[in-house]
Design a protein around this ligand. Structure first.
Ligand SMILES: [Zn+2]
Ligand SMILES: [Zn+2]
Length: 337
């Protein structure tokens, strides 16, 4: 089968063996229709975390073509999925940190979504695979996992109704985060350095988005909307420069939710800001099966919508999709297999 295989920080189209259900006790083979390109795939390539020979991609929408399972899924079902499954019975799972569960981290789809076929295990089928409702397009359905990540982040802050939230970074994740915040009855504000993204966010229910040119001026303008600062600030920008901005934008006693890695990983939050202002800084990583379920509900009910976010690329153009994402030419790529 055709797959995009990582070689020297680039994808190469290769012919590799197709996963065979006969080699497993149970599970399913899915013919991949398409797969979203995630920011984390790009980070893995750039940091060398993914080794040569790897097939990346996890935001899969596809069709079951072979199955041996105790679940109700059947050949012909169109499905979306999460790629990791927690054990529900370890110190991390008991504490609700499902994405820290060692079993979660060790489970995956085989070989990866940028391929014609993948294998998913029985425990995937039982926990993280969902039928795609007819009212959702393939691209919409492929947002299950990234939206699930955002749902998790929003839940982590323990949002109560009517809070003011600032999303720093209005890429695809920022847009999803704002909508997840809003779907739970709260106000979402946004900011970004890119003018087009600031404008676009207002189509997705943000109360107001701010173009960051001069940080001090923007912080002042924000006071018109959140006089004490924002209850929660979500960092999706992946830039160290945004850390100080987040501290200045959050209200005393508020929360900063870290939702991206930074390239240099040097800058940090200042101890005395956290202490004197009673700030909470917290991280949120990957979604649990329950977060995926909530995400599916938000997509199906139309509370979160994604038109105009994705550009479609062929598998052969996966490297272009990576470059166009990095240069901010596009917000999100959907790779049609
Ligand atoms: Zn992802
Ligand atoms: Zn566990």
């Amino acid at each position: 089968m055709k797959a995009a295989v990582l070689n020297n920080n680039k994808f190469e189209i290769q012919d590799i063996p197709r996963p065979l259900l006969d080699e497993y006790e149970n599970g399913a083979i899915i013919k991949v229709i398409g797969c979203g390109l995630c920011g984390s795939d790009i980070v893995k390539i750039r940091t060398g975390k993914a080794k040569d020979g790897a097939v990346l991609g996890h935001e899969v929408v596809g069709e079951i073509v072979e199955i041996k399972s105790n679940t109700n899924f059947a050949v012909g079902d169109k499905v979306v999925l999460g790629h990791h499954v927690p054990c529900f019975n370890c110190i991390y799972c008991w504490g609700g940190n499902y994405s820290m569960c060692r079993h979660f981290k060790s489970t995956n789809i085989v070989p990866g979504g940028f391929a014609e076929y993948i294998y998913v295990s029985e425990e995937h089928l039982q926990n993280t695979v969902f039928n795609v409702n007819l009212n959702l397009s393939d691209i919409e359905a492929s947002f299950l996992e990234p939206l699930g990540c955002c749902v998790r982040a929003v839940k982590r802050t323990g949002l109560k109704d009517g809070t003011n939230n600032l999303i720093i970074g209005l890429g695809s994740i920022g847009i999803l985060m704002g909508q997840a915040v809003k779907a739970l009855g709260n106000k979402a504000f946004g900011c970004d350095l890119i003018y087009e993204r600031v404008c676009l966010s207002e189509n997705f229910g943000f109360e107001k988005s701010f173009l960051i040119q001069e940080e001090g001026l923007v912080l002042n303008e924000m006071k018109n909307y959140a006089p004490f600062g924002f209850d929660n600030v979500f960092l999706t920008a992946g830039s160290s420069r945004a850390l100080d901005f987040a501290v200045n934008a959050v209200r005393d006693g508020g929360k900063i939710l870290v939702f991206s890695s930074t390239k240099d990983n040097l800058a940090g939050f200042k101890n005395n800001d956290i202490y004197y202002r009673e700030l909470t800084v917290m991280g949120s990583y990957s979604p649990s099966p329950m977060d995926l379920e909530d995400s599916m509900e938000l997509l199906e009910s139309g509370k979160v919508h994604v038109e105009g976010i994705s550009e479609v690329y062929s598998l052969e153009r996966l490297n272009d999709a990576v470059n166009d994402t990095l240069s901010n030419k596009i917000m999100k790529a959907f790779i049609k297999i």
